[in-house]
Ligand binder design. Structure first.
Ligand SMILES: O=C(O)CCC(=O)C(=O)O
Length: 262
């Protein structure tokens, strides 16, 4: 089975959800017309950016608006959407939450970032999620991964041992650590023998310049598409048979010895 995937690498307007919903709505339409994808991926916290001190005011209450927005777009354009992540507010606090909708506009998964990134002050404003990132989309077992999560190979592995063949990574990764971004993504693809689809943002905010360099990597570690630092789309066609071939050629999932790993 082949799947065409498009990452929308965009510049997020700091603290302005109204503007950002509108721009994403236009970009999804444009991506569907130009790239005809099966799946679209958005970056991390695309409604608010990292305007963390104003989350009380601008986070989405129970994530209701974002759920509806992503579901309606998916249905209108008949495309699966891995909706990056948004700031979701509930009575316990604010989570950094991904919504996934299928072509029929049905919400198939919700995942909130597990690992809180202190270097960007997340521990003062965000709380960690409680669920795994596993879901099935376009007939393929997949997992959602949010930014700093890619530094935790054991977390990612707990998804690929449960069958994930595609990792959807969404991020606001700073340019200062571009080398880490590229190296970690390539490593997660090679060590898990899976596709890695990674959508970062472009542009800057008052605290950071972001790296862009969204990437689509195959299970052998070949880069199928990579953006530069500017806004735009990257797309690639994934051949899911390749996951099985690579896992057969070097059978790391059979050769693991987890009883020695603690
Ligand atoms: O791990 C890093 O260097 C960047 C992580 C990050 O920017 C985030 O989790 O938002």
């Amino acid at each position: 089975m082949n799947l065409v995937i498009t990452c929308i690498q965009l510049d997020i307007k700091f603290g302005d959800p109204t503007f950002n919903y509108q721009q994403v709505s236009h970009l999804v339409k444009d991506a569907v017309e130009k790239e005809n994808p099966d799946v679209i991926l958005l970056p991390e916290l695309w409604t608010t950016g990292y305007d963390l001190t104003r989350l009380d005011e601008i986070a989405d209450h129970e994530g209701l608006k974002s759920q509806q927005f992503i579901s309606e777009l998916a249905k209108e354009y008949n495309v699966n959407i891995v909706g990056g992540s948004i700031a979701k507010k509930n009575q316990d606090g604010v989570t950094n939450t991904m919504y996934v909708a299928n072509r029929d506009g049905e919400l198939v998964h919700e995942y909130s970032k597990l690992h809180i990134f202190k270097l960007m002050d997340e521990h003062h404003h965000l709380i960690a999620g409680k669920e795994k990132g596993l879901f099935e989309l376009a007939g393929t077992k997949s997992a959602g991964v949010i930014c700093y999560d890619i530094r935790f190979p054991e977390w990612i592995r707990s998804h690929t041992t449960r069958g994930a063949e595609i990792l959807y990574v969404v991020a606001e990764w700073p340019l200062a650590r571009l080398y880490h971004w590229r190296t970690l993504l390539l490593s997660r693809a090679i060590e898990n023998q899976c596709y890695v689809i990674a959508c970062n943002r472009s542009g800057s905010d008052p605290n950071n310049v972001f790296a862009g360099h969204s990437m689509i990597i195959d299970p052998w570690g070949e880069i199928l598409a990579e953006a530069d630092e500017n806004s735009g789309f990257i797309s690639a066609s994934l051949d899911l048979q390749k996951v099985k071939e690579v896992r057969k050629q070097i059978p790391i999932f059979e050769d693991r010895l987890p009883e020695f790993y603690d």
